[in-house]
Design a protein. Structure first.
Length: 286
């Protein structure tokens, strides 16, 4: 017997018009739609007069339900999976289902469409040729700070999902750990109150001061600056700062040592070190 096909269907992230003609056709043609939240998906289906039966598959029943649905796929039933919004599996359930289906040699077909991270990148004004997506930042401050520390030297544009309640605290951590970088905060993309705030972390934080922040938020942060040799400026500065803890070392000694260790021209290191020293507040400069 021929197996059914599993379609992974992207749905709108707000505006119900953001759905492809193919997605509408597939949702109509399959025998069953598995949805993260059947009530939410029903609204979309009603808007397009689709009456395909719905069943729920969410993060609390994903494994058990996948096994059940894979039996149906093995019997020849075509099934579509949709999450609450955007693309399944992207900070949403879907991965376990897809993985199980592949292990049973079931054909998995993507029906591409909206992803909030990509929509936010598109309007960020930051480089989008390559980027890193981190999904949600840890909610606990310590863990969030740890993660930010670990990505300090990432030179690609970075994209995060964030809750409106944590945005201010997150921006404060970003400023402390990554520095006053260029960012874009996109809120309620494709919806009535869509807006994108652009500027440095401090500028955007300032414009949010005293405001009640509501809605769905995607945060885009510029990558770490690189010097001409492609090394991260952060890395050079961090190494310089570490080395100068030794009171015996002069700036010249440190620059020589870093040039050797990092296999970089002395001139380049010296330029970065001078910029760094010049940026320091007077009482810290040595
Ligand atoms: N699967 C979805 C996708 O493809 O983008 C993401 C689901 S994740 C559970 C939901 C998060 O995505 C929100 O908390 C917010 O950070 C971001 N998001 C979703 N819709 C958005 C929108 N319209 N504008 C800005 N960010 C959005």
């Amino acid at each position: 017997m021929q197996k059914g096909t599993l379609y992974i269907v992207s749905t709108p992230i707000g505006n119900l018009e953001d759905i492809t003609l193919r997605a509408i056709r597939i949702l109509r043609e399959v025998r069953l739609i598995a949805a993260e939240d059947t009530r939410r998906t029903r609204i979309l289906l009603n808007a397009y007069q689709i009456d395909t039966p719905l069943t729920s598959l969410h993060d609390r029943n994903e494994l058990k339900k996948s096994i059940h649905l894979i039996a149906r796929l093995n019997e020849g039933m075509d099934i579509a999976y949709v999450s609450d919004a955007g693309t399944p599996g992207i900070s949403d359930p879907g991965y376990v289902f897809v993985k199980q289906a592949i292990s049973e040699s079931i054909k998995v077909v993507p029906i591409p469409g909206p992803v909030a991270a990509v929509a936010a990148l598109n309007v960020s004004g930051l480089p989008m040729d390559s980027f890193v997506f981190f999904a949600f930042l840890p909610t606990r401050r310590g863990k969030r700070q740890q993660l930010l520390e670990s990505i300090k030297e990432e030179s690609k544009t970075m994209v995060f999902y964030e809750s409106p309640n944590r945005l201010v605290a997150t921006l404060q951590d970003v400023n402390e750990i990554l520095g006053d970088r260029e960012i874009a905060v996109s809120r309620e993309l494709t919806k009535i109150y869509e807006e994108t705030l652009r500027g440095t972390v401090r500028e955007v934080s300032e414009s949010l001061r005293g405001k009640k922040i509501k809605g769905e938020i995607t945060l885009v942060i510029s990558g770490a600056a690189r010097d001409r040799s492609g090394r991260s400026v952060e890395e050079i500065r961090a190494r310089f700062q570490e080395a100068r803890k030794d009171p015996e070392s002069s700036t010249r000694d440190i620059v020589d040592a870093l040039s050797e260790e990092m296999n970089m021209p002395r001139k380049e290191i010296y330029r970065q070190v001078l910029d760094f020293i010049n940026e320091e507040p007077d009482d810290e400069a040595s």
